[in-house]
Design a binder for this molecule. Sequence first.
Ligand SMILES: [Zn+2]
Length: 118
Amino acid sequence: MYNKDHLQKIKQELLQLRGEILENARKSHAESLSLGNDGVADIGDMSAKSYSQDVLMSLSQAQLSRIRDVDAALERIQQGGYGICVACEEEIAPRRLEVRPFSRYCIDCKEEYEKFGE
Ligand SMILES: [Zn+2]
């Protein structure tokens, strides 16, 4: 299983991924705000805590579900179930987690649950 250092690294990756998604949403939100506003976007405070409800509202469905996946993975790191398939409780292949660190299902279950998204 994963030792603390490894989990810490995965956690950083997940947080970064989450930040990138929010940053993209913030940018496109700023662009939409800038329309009819002399073309100057209100970039505002750069801190993560500054993400307003508006920005969250401007997330696409795919971005939103990705953030949920990332949050769920962070929670599993916190609670100690990270890397375990939530369906069959088998270990998820490390190579799969390398590509998709927020994976909830092992590859077998993923195929089975494909229609529900990941
Ligand atoms: Zn499984």
